[in-house]
Design a protein around this ligand. Structure first.
Ligand code: MG
Length: 243
């Protein structure tokens, strides 16, 4: 009995002193098992994605300012802003998501700066990742394509030429507010533009305001909104995965 106790104490002390795990099995985690998500081709839509636009109709969207239908135009598997009809938003609300969206600014270049191929992807109707034709087009960098509007400029300019399709792959982690309406966790955005990392886990400061400072008024899940900035920007192949 005494010997057993001594051995146990020695073993215990040794494990603390050396802290070594010698068995590879000891660090294997077998549960839970990640579910299978298939993505069979380059033009893939993951099997667990919510498809928001597949080129056929705007049934997942509505006007952002009323309960009216979205009035943007559909042609060649793409939707295009119909200037003056206003922003559109998803009927479904979302929290944290992975978003894939493809966009194209008009081939025929008109205007400059913020007036050239301007639109935007708003998360929870509040946080804009800028869509803008910044191919050889100068503007304030914290408002250029891929910026988190007036908060973070993109790390690099990955814009393709006007008229070419481009992609955003975005991870949006929604902010959290407590019952008193105080923000207890910031939102975060990670953005790939045409496969290039341009926002790396950027801490969202609040709403992306055109004028003034970011605001942090409590909210829950909310739609994704696409901006009508008066330019003929097109979108296609839009899907999200809820996180
Ligand atoms: Mg915009």
């Amino acid at each position: 009995m005494k010997n057993t106790l001594v051995i146990l104490i020695i073993c215990f002390t040794t494990s603390i002193i050396f802290g070594q795990i010698t068995d590879p099995v000891a660090t294997e985690v077998w549960e839970p098992v990640p579910r299978v998500v298939t993505s069979p081709s380059d033009k893939f839509v993951p099997s667990d994605a919510v498809v928001l636009f597949d080129g056929k109709d705007l049934s997942a969207w509505k006007s952002a300012k009323s309960d009216e239908k979205a009035k943007w135009k559909i042609k060649d598997d793409a939707m295009t802003v119909k200037p003056g009809t206003g922003d559109i938003e998803t009927k479904q609300s979302f929290g944290s998501i992975q978003l894939h969206i493809e966009w194209r600014s008009p081939k025929k270049v008109k205007s400059e700066g913020q007036g050239r191929g301007n639109s935007g992807v708003f998360f929870q109707k509040r946080y804009e990742v800028q869509v803008l034709d910044n191919y050889e087009n100068k503007t304030y960098p914290n408002g250029q394509a891929g910026s988190i509007y007036k908060q973070y400029m993109p790390l690099v300019n990955a814009c393709r030429a006007p008229g070419e399709w481009q992609s955003y792959d975005i991870i949006f982690m929604a902010p959290e507010f407590n019952a008193d309406g105080i923000r207890v966790r910031s939102g975060y955005l990670t953005v790939f533009h045409n496969g290039v990392l341009i926002q790396n886990h950027a801490e969202v400061q609040g709403t992306t305001e055109y004028i003034g400072l970011p605001k942090n008024i409590a909210h829950g899940d909310a739609p994704i909104m696409l901006q009508d900035h008066g330019n003929l920007v097109s979108y296609r192949n839009i899907w999200v995965r809820e996180l």
